[in-house]
Design a protein around this ligand. Structure first.
Ligand SMILES: Nc1ncnc2c1ncn2[C@@H]1O[C@H](COP(=O)(O)OP(=O)(O)OP(=O)(O)O)[C@@H](O)[C@H]1O
Length: 278
C-alpha cells in the first residue's frame, strides 16, 4: 500500500466525496457480495458527520474506502478534490480496538506517528507531550498500555491520532468498548480536542444518542447493501456536553425523527436475520 502526499489537494473542494460508489467483496464460495452501492456522500471541510445504520449494512466498508485501505468496485472516492490512491497521510483513524503498541511507553506511542513521518525526535517528543497534556495523561508518559484503564488507553489512541494533525479523521465505533460513563466523558473530550483543529470527521456508531450529541450531520444508511437513506442536520448549539444535551427537548425531538428512519432499516435487517434462521 502506498502513501500519497497531499500536494494536489484543493481547499475549496469538499473534504470527502463519494460518488456512485459500489463495493463488492468476493466470498469464500466465489460469489460476489455487495457491501455498499449507489453511495453518494459529501463531507465538507471541518464538518463532523456521524454514520448510523443497522448491523452489517456497510458502515465500516464505507470508512475503509475513504481510508484507501480498499478500492471501490465502481465509482469514485475523493479527498479534497483528488481521487484516493492508497493510504493518505492526511487521514487519521481511531477504531474500537486501541491501535497502540503494547511494547512501547505512552510517550513513545504518541511519538510514533510524527517519527514515522520524519519529524526529528526532540520535536516529536515535544508534540507528543503537548497532546498527552491535552488528554490529561502527562504523568502517565512512562507507563505501558497494559498499565492503563480502557479510557486512558483510548486517550492515548486519540493523542496518537491528533498529534499527526490529520485533516480527515475516521472513527469506527471508537468508544463502544467503554462503560457508559467513560463513553460520555470521552465524547466530551473528543469534541474539545476536535474543536479548532478544522479537521473533518466521519464517525461510525451504533449509538444514535452518541451520533446526535457529536455530529453536525447524521447519515442514516439502509439495511445492507448500504446506501444513504437520509441525512439529518443537527442544529444543536456548540459547545455541547453529552450528559446535559441529551436531556434537551430539541435533542429528544431529533432522536425521534432519526429513529423513525433508522428503526425501519433495523427492522428490515432483523426480519432478514429471522428468515435466515427459520
Ligand atoms: N473483506 C470482506 N470480505 C467479504 N465480505 C465482507 C468484507 N468486509 C465486509 N464484508 C461484508 O460486507 C457487509 C458490510 O460489512 P461492514 O463491516 O461494512 O458492516 P457494518 O455496517 O460496519 O457492520 P457492524 O455495524 O456490524 O459493524 C457485511 O455483510 C460483511 O460481511
Amino acid at each position: 500500500m502506498t502513501s500519497v502526499p497531499n500536494s494536489t489537494s484543493s481547499p475549496s473542494s469538499p473534504a470527502i466525496e463519494l460518488r456512485g460508489v459500489r463495493k463488492a467483496f468476493s466470498t469464500p464460495s466465489g460469489a460476489l457480495h455487495t457491501a455498499v452501492h449507489d453511495l453518494d456522500l459529501t463531507v465538507e471541510q471541518g464538518e463532523f458527520v456521524a454514520v448510523v445504520g443497522p448491523t452489517g449494512c456497510g458502515k465500516s466498508t464505507t470508512l475503509t474506502l475513504v481510508s484507501g485501505l480498499e478500492e471501490p468496485t465502481e465509482g469514485e472516492v475523493m479527498l479534497s478534490g483528488s481521487p484516493v490512491r492508497g493510504i493518505d497521510e492526511r487521514v487519521g483513524f481511531v477504531f474500537q480496538q486501541d491501535a497502540v503498541f503494547p511494547w512501547r511507553t505512552v510517550l513513545s506511542n504518541v511519538m510514533a506517528g510524527p517519527r514515522f513521518r520524519g519529524v526529528p525526535k526532540p520535536e516529536a517528543k515535544d508534540r507528543a507531550r503537548e497532546w498527552l497534556a491535552r488528554v490529561g495523561l502527562s504523568s502517565f508518559e512512562d507507563r505501558y498500555p497494559h498499565q492503563l484503564s480502557g479510557g486512558q488507553r483510548k486517550r492515548v489512541a486519540l493523542a496518537s491520532t491528533f498529534v499527526n494533525d490529520p485533516s480527515i479523521l475516521l472513527m469506527d465505533e471508537p468508544f463502544s468498548a467503554l462503560d457508559v460513563q467513560t463513553r460520555a466523558l470521552m465524547s466530551d473530550e473528543l469534541m474539545e480536542l476536535w474543536a479548532g483543529t478544522g479537521s473533518s470527521v466521519v464517525f461510525v456508531t451504533h449509538d444514535l444518542e452518541e451520533s446526535i450529541a457529536l455530529a453536525d450531520q447524521v447519515v442514516v444508511m439502509t439495511a445492507g447493501p448500504a446506501t444513504v437513506k437520509e441525512i439529518f442536520t443537527i442544529d444543536l448549539p456548540r459547545p455541547r456536553r453529552v450528559e446535559s444535551i441529551r436531556l434537551e427537548p430539541r435533542f429528544v425531538e431529533i432522536y425521534r425523527e432519526i429513529w423513525s428512519s433508522l428503526g425501519e432499516e433495523v427492522r428490515i435487517t432483523r426480519e432478514r436475520g429471522a428468515q435466515h434462521a427459520a
